[in-house]
Design a binder for this molecule. Structure first.
Ligand code: NAG
Ligand code: NAG
Ligand code: NAG
Ligand code: NAG
Ligand code: NAG
Ligand code: NAG
Ligand code: NAG
Ligand code: NAG
Ligand code: NAG
Length: 898
């Protein structure tokens, strides 16, 4: 096999080489007839599915000069899953545009591309190309757009590229390039975009960069650049985007930065920049984002920021800034996030900031702010995150806190706050992520109104002087996971409430008069009545509830018992049958047919072991609508998954030749995001499918922390989840392209391999059940509960838009970390309804999305919001309004790159 491949590649090179000779001799370089040869070679290598017919100018994505048979001027084949050698393209002498982005191209960038004297646009981004950037590319002197981003290229940027004098956009991000950014880039007259982030580039940013060109975008983040930010970048005033985060830059922010009236984005965090933030910055009136956290900046926050009326985010955290927050910043109507934590800022709470009606995050933590908190601490704003911890705020918590109707997180720990916790705190029903009042001097009782906070996950009131009993009303905090009431003066019995008893004793320790579980201190008989239900409040409703639950428990128990008895009888019958047939249960039945699709694994597979593995329930790893999957260890040590198809369609199974034909067909479904069958076994009327073992379990297990017997149970971060979502979308888009409709899309059918790639499973079911012939009834094909689109109820037909709906449910599951159906949504409400009705309930997307993901970074949140939009589209009620999977993939990619 490999030898044949090599030979073919060699032939292609020969053909290409021959063509060079012909064209070279011809001298015209106008392409024409000879392009046919190169195009045939390209077709052989890349094999785009829809390139057929004689006239290559009619092939999809191909543009020719002057119609049929002419010279090829452009090839646009992005996102076509292409692999193979594309060096034959170098034979197309009239080629001006070559776009092969978002494919699976491997190997090196063909050096011969440098011979394309007319090439203006070359986009090879998002492939798997490796090796160096070929120096010969310098020969393509007409190049204006060169994009090699997101490959695995290494080595330095070759000096020979200096001859590309027409270059306007150079994009080489997301590779492994080393060495310095060449100085000659500063001399290119037309350079508008230079994007080389996420490489291993070192040395300085070339001095003079921006002086001879209209440089608008400079993005060099996540490299190892040193030296200072050259002031030349700002001299001509053209710069719009400057992103230099995570480097080793030192020196000061150049004073002439204010010359760039169009500068909208400045991100220079995580460097070693020092000195003051120049007041001239106020001249950058378009400024929208200014992020300079984690540097060594000193001086004050310039009041001139107030001139940047579009400023949305100001992040100056972890510097050495001092002084007060300038009052004029209250004029910033669009400010959404003000983050100044970890500085030496002082003065009173900056009340004027509350005039910024769009402010959603105010982070003043880890500073030296003093004085009391303003009564109207939210003042009707959109405040969601209020981080005031680790300061010297004193006085009481203002009752006005009750007006913070959108607050998700309140951090007031480590201050000098006194007085009681105001009962109005219970009005902040939006609180979700944390209520943290720890390390203050708060006294008095715990207000029972806190029990209204039914979305709150973390409550930390530790290290205060709070006294009295813990009110039973706190059992209303239904979402509570983390609780800390330690080191107060609480007394009495800890109410019986799951989240309390599940906590460590340390959550309640340091309260000398507190008793009950989880503390080791027993309450004794005195407190017996205080356990569980508050006796004064026993009413007929409680009694009713008790009777109700008894009835429920009785019915459930009866049902379970009945089921057990039924199953036992079935098993006995089965055993009896086996005995009649003279068989012993453990002896595997005779295998009627079997095959292993992957040659290299044939030796390692023992089909009898596969069959035997399915006899033991302990081997079962998952149970889908149509199959049960077992883990099987081969005598060779290899672990495979064996899927036993539930006999939903005996008609198929009884026609064994048809079955075998279909099973053999499965070998041809090859896509990196579809679980691929590696073989099958048929015995009696049972079909077993063999798959690679997926050590990381399913997305269902991953999202909802359901134990995976193989370990690997870490909740993934957002980028990983997003890439899982994209994987599934791509797998499904591939199926739809082949007119295959999936029958059971659910998170339990998304398998995660050892590299956290996601693969959609149960594909074969779609092939094995012939829905069009009515052999599969809707009851069998309904899919999994919660993922079934509403129209199935009427149409009884599984459709492409129906698949899109189910995929949308998976997206929502990823975004919210909630199950598709859950009692928490209320009667008759599933996840889809719950999300779609959020605006009607007055809830923001933040209250829907999992805060453990959405609050980690601005970028994650933005991506999550974009994905939420896609999920909403996919789960539209009207099937016609749902996008096609191909479009979904594009939208998700866009969300990722935003
Ligand atoms: C590559 O860069 C070009 C020009 O800068 C741009 O038009 C194109 O969209 C980029 N491709 C990708 C995949 O981002
Ligand atoms: C990048 O290159 C360095 C050496 O040049 C190598 O050690 C490293 O493994 C490479 N990283 C990746 C991700 O390829
Ligand atoms: C900045 O760093 C470079 C080397 O990385 C060093 O030579 C230079 O002295 C530093 N400049 C300042 C102002 O610290
Ligand atoms: C602020 O943003 C708006 C909308 O994007 C834009 O129209 C306006 O020109 C911007 N203002 C400045 C000063 O850049
Ligand atoms: C509260 O908001 C109003 C506008 O709704 C504003 O006029 C007032 O100055 C604000 N109060 C404070 C203390 O910022
Ligand atoms: C909030 O920002 C939007 C645009 O981002 C703006 O139109 C609106 O006026 C702002 N709200 C207030 C109350 O200023
Ligand atoms: C509350 O704040 C304290 C210190 O301010 C911190 O140590 C603790 O982890 C916080 N607890 C929660 C649940 O956020
Ligand atoms: C904070 O409280 C502590 C102890 O009560 C006291 O020593 C300290 O002076 C107070 N600090 C301020 C700024 O009020
Ligand atoms: C702001 O700065 C903090 C450092 O405190 C950093 O962790 C965070 O990612 C930054 N946030 C944004 C939105 O820039």
């Amino acid at each position: 096999m490999p030898a044949a491949g090599c030979r073919r590649r060699f032939l292609v090179s020969l053909v290409a080489a021959a063509w060079f000779v012909v064209v070279g001799a011809d001298g015209a370089g106008g392409g024409g007839v000879g392009d046919g040869v190169a195009m045939q070679a390209l077709r052989r290598e890349l094999a785009p599915p829809d390139w057929d017919g004689e006239d290559h100018c009619a092939w999809r994505g191909v543009t020719c000069a002057g119609g049929g048979g002419g010279a090829v001027t452009a090839i646009d084949l992005p996102r076509r899953g292409l692999r193979g050698d594309f060096s034959a393209a170098a034979g197309l002498r009239a080629l001006a545009r070559l776009d092969l982005s978002f494919n699976a191209l491997r190997g090196s960038v063909p050096a011969a591309l440098g011979e394309l004297g007319r090439l203006e646009f070359l986009d090879l981004a998002m492939n798997k190309l490796s090796g160096p950037v070929p120096a010969s590319l310098g020969g393509a002197i007409r190049l204006r757009f060169l994009n090699l981003s997101n490959n695995a290229l290494s080595g330095a940027i070759p000096d020979e590229l200096r001859s590309l004098r027409d270059l306007q956009e150079l994009q080489i991000s997301g590779n492994n390039l080393t060495g310095a950014i060449p100085g000659w880039l500063a001399g290119l007259p037309g350079l508008r975009v230079l994007s080389a982030y996420e490489n291993a580039l070192s040395g300085p940013i070339p001095p003079g960069l921006g002086l001879s060109s209209k440089l608008q975008v400079l993005n060099l983040h996540s490299n190892a650049l040193e030296g200072s930010i050259p002031s030349s970048l700002f001299d001509l005033g053209n710069l719009q985007v400057l992103i230099l985060t995570v480097n080793r830059l030192n020196g000061t922010i150049p004073d002439n930065i204010g010359r760039c009236a169009g500068l909208s984005n400045v991100r220079i965090g995580n460097n070693r920049l020092a000195g003051a933030i120049p007041a001239s910055l106020g001249g950058a009136t378009s400024l929208t984002y200014f992020e300079a956290d984690s540097n060594e900046l000193s001086g004050g926050i310039p009041a001139q920021f107030a001139r940047c009326a579009n400023l949305t985010l100001l992040n100056l955290s972890y510097n050495r800034l001092a002084g007060e927050v300038p009052e004029v910043l209250g004029e910033l109507k669009n400010l959404q996030e003000l983050i100044v934590s970890g500085n030496g800022l002082s003065g009173e709470f900056p009340r004027s900031i509350l005039r910024c009606r769009n402010l959603s995050k105010l982070d003043l933590s880890y500073n030296a702010f003093r004085g009391s908190l303003p009564e109207s601490i939210c003042n009707g704003s959109r405040m969601q995150f209020l981080m005031l911890d680790h300061n010297e705020f004193s006085g009481g918590i203002p009752p006005g806190i009750g007006g913070c109707g959108r607050l998700l997180e309140l951090q007031l720990g480590n201050n000098n706050l006194t007085g009681e916790i105001p009962p109005e705190m219970g009005k902040v029903k939006s609180l979700q992520i944390a209520l943290n009042l720890s390390f203050n001097h708060l006294v008095g009782p715990l207000p029972r109104e806190l029990g209204w906070l039914d979305k709150l996950v973390a409550l930390d009131l530790s290290n205060n002087g709070i006294s009295g009993e813990i009110p039973g009303d706190l059992r209303g905090m239904l979402s509570l996971i983390e609780v800390n009431l330690s080191n107060n003066r609480l007394s009495g019995a800890i109410p019986v409430f799951g989240p309390f008893q599940k906590s460590a004793a340390s959550s309640f320790s340091g309260n000398t008069k507190l008793c009950g579980d989880p503390l080791v201190v027993d309450c004794g008989p005195i407190y017996g009545s205080n356990y569980g239900i508050d006796h004064r409040k026993i009413s007929y409703r409680v009694a009713l509830a008790v009777v109700g639950s008894c009835v429920l428990i009785f019915s459930v128990v009866s049902l379970v018992v009945a089921l057990f008895m039924w199953r036992e009888r079935q098993e006995k019958e089965a055993e009896a049958k086996m005995a009649e047939a003279g068989e012993v249960v453990v002896v595997a039945p005779q295998v009627l047919a079997s095959n292993m699709f992957i040659e290299s694994l044939q030796q390692a597979i023992d089909f009898q072991s596969c069959v035997k593995a399915t006899f033991k329930d302990a081997n079962a790893v998952s149970n889908g609508a149509f199959s049960t999957t077992y883990k099987a260890v081969m005598p060779s040590g290899l672990v495979v998954c064996v899927k036993k198809l539930k006999s939903v369609d005996r008609a198929v199974i009884h026609h064994q030749t048809k079955m075998i034909r279909e099973l053999e067909c499965l070998a041809h479904i090859k896509h990196p995001n579809l679980v691929r069958a590696i073989g099958y076994v048929i015995y009696e009327d049972v079909a077993l499918l063999l798959h690679h073992h997926m050590p990381n379990g399913t997305l269902l297990q991953l999202l909802h922390n359901i134990d995976n017997p193989d370990g690997g149970n870490q909740k993934p971060d957002w980028p990983r989840l997003l890439s899982i979502a994209i994987d599934v979308a791509e797998g499904l888009a591939y199926l739809h392209q082949d007119a295959i409709i999936h029958l059971d899309i659910s998170s339990g059918n998304v398998f995660i391999d050892s590299h956290y790639n996601a693969l959609l499973g149960e594909v074969e079911i779609s092939k094995l059940l012939d829905t069009s012939k009515g052999t599969a009834s809707i009851s069998a094909v309904a899919g999994s509960f919660g993922y079934i689109p509403p129209e199935y109820a009427y149409t009884m037909q599984v459709t492409v838009p129906g698949n899109v709906y189910s995929f949308g449910v998976v997206l929502l599951e990823i975004l919210t970390s909630k199950l598709p159906v859950d009692e928490e949504f209320g009667e008759g409400v599933d996840l889809v309804k719950w999300v779609h009705c959020a605006p009607a309930r007055g809830e923001t997307p933040e209250q829907i999305m999992d805060p453990r993901l959405s609050t980690v970074s601005f970028v994650w949140r933005r991506q999550m919001l974009a994905v939420l939009k896609v999920a909403m589209l996919c789960t539209e009620r009207a099937p016609a309004k749902r996008p096609k999977m191909k479009k979904v993939v594009e939208m998700l990619q866009e969300a990722k790159n935003s």
